[in-house]
Design a protein around this ligand. Structure first.
Ligand SMILES: [Zn+2]
Length: 390
């Protein structure tokens, strides 16, 4: 199972019941012919709910299946995501495949990572690079004129579907789409974070949308070229930031890859950041890794200290993603990423910590080498330290 949800109690309404039944049929099907039957009916039901903004029924059906039929849950989640992020426009000979995609950009900075409305120059540069390295020849493109932070991404399937529709309509004319920044929440500032370019790509039905679907293309090639050329074209927008562009993909897949990528990136960024602000070598740093629980294991937190001090100077959260739980070797993964940075030592604590946050600023509390928790705070006498890290 990809995502975790808490099952809600209560009877299913008729629409949710129908979704659950169709998804169970699809999950149990053993042929492509039968798959197509169930998928077609499921698509019609999902499309109707998306069109009428019925987020609740979609979630209700998912919640129900999560507790009772894991394979049907996965089938339904996949189908809802794919209907929300793309589909077919037009009719007859004028049919087009269209997909909303995201281009995740991992960044870290001592200063501010930009977000918000995109200047025309940056938008044009992104368009040129995407067309050269990521999209199929002749595919039409619409980009949102907004650089999204994670808390500004569409929340829920209906919002995702609405944004996908707005972009798809703009893609018909190969034009970018205006996003009203007043509709989006403020961004929380972090040392390392993800930003997203979001767009829609459109091509005649059955034709390639992405460069790697073409005979002489490949994902590896697109990833490298986008990372290098796209990265340098976007660098002016990210003044004072380190930037790592990930391969753009259809929306939900891109978001999942970005979440995975950011966990690793944030650990590396933390070591690089501390090297810069404390003027130390990685060998002079220590990381303390520990599991944090609420009702169940929620996340790992990593407290960074100088090798000869217990004061936590910086912290990184490693959230569990998808179906990960206490049986996943998260501590081992964290340890190996940190060891690659050349850090002096990594201490893994076995004890369970409660999911605590700072009473004053709401930031997470991090583990200390002594097995306690502490607020992360840079020493105050730093030469050019940022005033407050939060
Ligand atoms: Zn605080």
């Amino acid at each position: 199972m990809k995502r975790s949800r808490f099952a809600r109690r209560g009877a299913l309404n008729r629409d949710a019941e129908q979704l659950a039944r169709l998804a169970a049929g699809l999950a149990a099907s053993s042929s492509r012919v039968e798959d197509a039957f169930w998928e077609h009916r499921l698509d019609e039901a999902i499309d109707r709910l998306l069109r009428t903004g019925n987020e609740e029924t979609l979630n209700h059906a998912l919640d129900h299946l999560f507790g009772t039929n894991g394979r049907a849950y996965d089938a339904l989640a996949d189908q809802i995501e794919s209907r929300a992020e793309g589909g077919v426009l037009g009719a007859g000979n004028g049919e087009f495949d269209v997909a909303m995609f995201a281009a995740p950009l991992l960044a870290w900075s001592r200063f501010t990572i930009p977000s918000g409305p995109l200047p025309g120059g940056a938008l044009a540069a992104a368009r040129t690079q995407l067309q050269a390295h990521v999209l199929a020849a002749g595919a039409k493109l619409a980009l949102a004129d907004f650089l999204y932070s994670p808390d500004q991404l569409p929340r829920g399937f209906v919002e995702t579907w609405r944004l996908a529709n707005q972009l798809a309509k703009a893609a018909v004319d190969d034009k970018d789409a205006r996003i009203d920044p007043r509709q989006l929440p403020e961004t929380t500032r972090f040392i390392s974070d993800t930003r997203y370019l979001i767009g829609a790509v459109l091509a005649p039905r059955g034709q390639a949308l992405f460069r790697w679907q073409e005979e002489d293309g490949s994902r590896e090639q697109s990833a490298t070229q986008w990372s290098v050329q796209g990265g340098s074209a976007l660098q002016p927008l990210f003044t004072g930031c380190a930037l790592e562009p990930l391969l753009p993909e259809v929306f939900h897949a891109a978001c999942r890859n970005a979440d995975q990528g950011l966990r690793i990136y944030s650990l590396r960024a933390a070591v690089a950041f501390l090297q810069t602000v404390l003027n130390v070598k990685p060998q002079q740093l220590r990381a303390v890794v520990a599991p944090f629980h609420e009702e169940r294991l929620e996340e790992y937190r990593v407290g960074f200290t100088l090798a000869d001090s217990s004061q936590v100077v910086h912290g990184v959260v490693w959230p569990l993603l998808g179906a990960e739980d206490e049986t996943t070797d998260s501590a081992g993964q964290i340890e190996s990423v940190l060891e690659e940075t050349g850090i002096g030592s990594v201490v893994v604590l076995e004890q369970r910590f409660p999911l605590e946050f700072c009473d004053d600023c709401g930031m997470p509390m991090y583990p200390t080498p002594e097995g306690e928790t502490s607020h992360a705070e840079l020493p105050e006498d730093l030469p050019q330290a940022p005033a407050h890290l939060h």
